[in-house]
Write a protein that binds this ligand. Structure first.
Ligand code: NDP
Ligand code: MG
Length: 411
């Protein structure tokens, strides 16, 4: 029986993970659940899965849960996630929190080792922001502790599967596939008027709001380039992106001898989540098969257009990281993006403002070496402030035409 700690149990990945746990009652049990504010859903999960511990954000929610479930340990507040990560024994941590909030719990789980004396903890990582912001520390801490990190992100799970049985040093290229999102092929003019509702409709995947917007801007694929770099140690110059609108090929690895391995399947997160739990075995899921003959052809294109700029930003920040060990650029890209996506979802800025402002944040950013979690959180906070101040300047210049031709560009 594997004991699973589900961080972010009320989200898109978290709920799918719980459906896999429910479908495998003799193999898996959920011992720990966390969420931020969807307490009613958490309550249903508590009644169904009987975890030993939960973590929520607000003290008043925690107090209510303690009253309702006297035998349940309830953590809360900023440290609630870290407290939970070291309060209960578990074999697998599934980190399905969204955003940089997922970084500290990952580091805590690595330090605590899931409470296992044999150090045999597995981290099933959906929270890509953990690696984008803290990849250098997380990968070395996990390696030192002998803890395996199994990616849940579908592209990285595909690469993980393509690498099985092959030596890492024989990798020539990694090809990450991208559906291109809802605005594939849109012109600059068309992108100027897209709405939040348009951005939240993804052609192939049903995901949380933040990653859905990231897919539309292609920032998601930029973050995934960085995620792949840390997971596999491959320089970013050898990580390429291919637009593949059908989302059947989940990613590919080309080897030095010319062989290319691809992992394919119907687009469903059930497969990579299940594999992260079952590895090295494979368990049955109810995922649909793919009728390749009915599809007739698989299509691949090079990334082009406005959203290509999001990939360029990721390559740029990683050059600084790879050449000079300065990781703050990736943290800034991630932090500013989290702030801007929230503003977009709140109807405060337009879709293209996300990409434009991110470029301006990075232009203003002085990249530097980060020495630990405090430096990471500082760089994150500064990038959010920088993004918000650029948005405010842009607003003022719109409110007072002629005050500045391009206030957003100011240094
Ligand atoms: P959701 O927004 O659907 O769920 C996020 C979960 O994290 C919820 O349980 C939420 O709680 C909790 N949460 C949100 N903010 C905080 C916070 N500040 N502190 C603690 N908990 C928080 O996200 P997804 O499931 O879509 O994505 C989760 C992660 O997986 C992301 O990093 C994403 O990039 C990655 N991923 C997702 C894929 C998908 O198909 N959805 C595919 C590949 C990767 P509450 O519900 O109470 O708000
Ligand atoms: Mg992905």
């Amino acid at each position: 029986m594997k004991r699973i700690a589900v961080f972010g149990s009320t989200g898109s990945i978290g709920t799918q993970a719980l459906s896999i746990i429910a479908a495998n009652p003799r193999r898996l049990e959920a011992v720990l659940l966390t969420c931020r504010s969807r307490i009613d859903m958490l309550r249903e999960q508590i009644e169904r899965f009987h975890p030993a511990i939960v973590a929520v954000e607000r003290p008043e929610d925690a107090a209510e849960l303690r009253r309702e479930y006297p035998n349940l340990r309830v953590c809360c507040g900023r440290d609630g996630l870290n407290e939970a990560a070291q309060a209960e024994e578990y074999d697998v941590m599934l980190n399905a929190i969204v955003g940089i909030a997922g970084l500290e719990p990952t580091l805590t789980a690595i330090a605590f080792g899931g409470g296992r004396r044999d150090g045999n903890l597995t981290i099933a990582l959906a929270n890509k922001e953990t690696l984008v912001t803290g990849g250098r520390f997380v990968m070395s801490a996990a390696a030192n502790a002998g803890i395996s990190i199994i990616p849940v992100d579908s592209e990285h799970s595909a690469i993980f599967q393509c690498l099985a049985g092959n030596k890492d040093n024989a990798i020539k290229r990694i090809m990450l596939t991208a559906s291109g999102g809802p605005f594939r092929g849109y012109s600059l003019e068309q992108l100027k008027s897209v709405t939040v509702e348009d951005a939240l409709i993804h052609p192939n995947w049903n995901m949380g709001r933040k990653i859905t917007v990231d897919s539309a801007t292609m920032v998601n694929k930029g973050l995934e380039i960085i995620e792949a770099k840390w997971l596999y140690g491959t320089e970013t110059s050898r990580i390429e992106v291919l637009i593949h609108p059908q989302s059947i090929v989940h990613s590919l690895v080309e080897y030095e001898d010319g062989a290319i391995m691809a992992q394919m399947g119907f687009p469903s997160m059930i497969v990579p989540i299940s594999y992260a739990f079952s590895h090295p075995e494979r368990w049955t899921t109810d995922t649909r098969g793919v009728d390749l003959a009915a599809l007739g052809a698989l299509r691949f294109d090079a990334p082009t257009g406005e959203t290509r700029r999001s990939l360029d930003m990721a390559y740029r920040v990683m050059r600084e990281s790879e050449e000079y060990g300065r990781d703050s650029g990736a943290i800034a890209l991630n932090g500013a993006n989290e702030a801007l996506v929230q503003l977009f979802l709140d109807g405060e800025i337009a879709f293209l403002d996300i990409i434009d402002t991110l470029e301006h944040v990075l232009e203003r950013h002085d990249s530097r070496v980060v020495k630990g979690i405090d430096d990471i959180m500082d760089a994150d906070r500064q990038a959010r402030e920088s993004a918000l101040s650029l948005v405010r300047r842009q607003r003022r210049s719109v409110a007072t035409p002629g005050a500045s031709q391009d206030a957003n560009r100011g240094h």
